[in-house]
Design a protein around this ligand. Structure first.
Ligand code: AMP
Ligand code: ZN
Length: 114
């Protein structure tokens, strides 16, 4: 997607601090972290939001979750715990229209999620 900031990150047209990369998945530090660990995990394929995933994406979405676990282990928060958030659509507060999973951790998070 030409105007998509995360596609540009995938294509290395915009710099990012990459923490994980394979053929289908990319993870990089959020530019405006809200917790000590704040990583975004995205499919390299442009999918606009969770509302746009298709059955053919099931393997990819599953892989993103095992990747999240790997990354959590890699950055040392797997044992202590962390939170994964996907904002979807306008009411969900999604700003970047390329599916992404926030990994939040590195401190004890509050119990309120909304
Ligand atoms: P959301 O509100 O779920 O769409 O979150 C978008 C996230 O992308 C925010 O946490 C932003 O800080 C983050 N973000 C936006 N631009 C960049 C960028 N160039 N590099 C890294 N993170 C970014
Ligand atoms: Zn995109």
């Amino acid at each position: 997607m030409q105007d998509c900031i995360f596609c540009k990150i995938v294509n290395k047209e915009i710099p990012s601090t990459i923490v994980y990369e394979d053929e289908n998945v990319l993870a990089f530090n959020d530019i405006n972290p809200v917790t000590p660990v704040h990583i975004l995990v995205i499919p390299k394929k442009h999918i606009e939001s969770l509302a746009e995933i298709k059955e053919e994406d099931e393997e990819l979405i599953g892989k993103i979750h095992t990747t999240i676990k790997k990354i959590a282990n890699q950055v040392g928060i797997l044992d202590k715990g962390f939170r994964v958030i996907v904002n979807c659509g306008e009411d969900g507060g999604q700003e970047v229209k390329h599916l992404h999973f926030h990994i939040l951790g590195g401190k004890k998070l509050g119990t309120k999620i909304a």
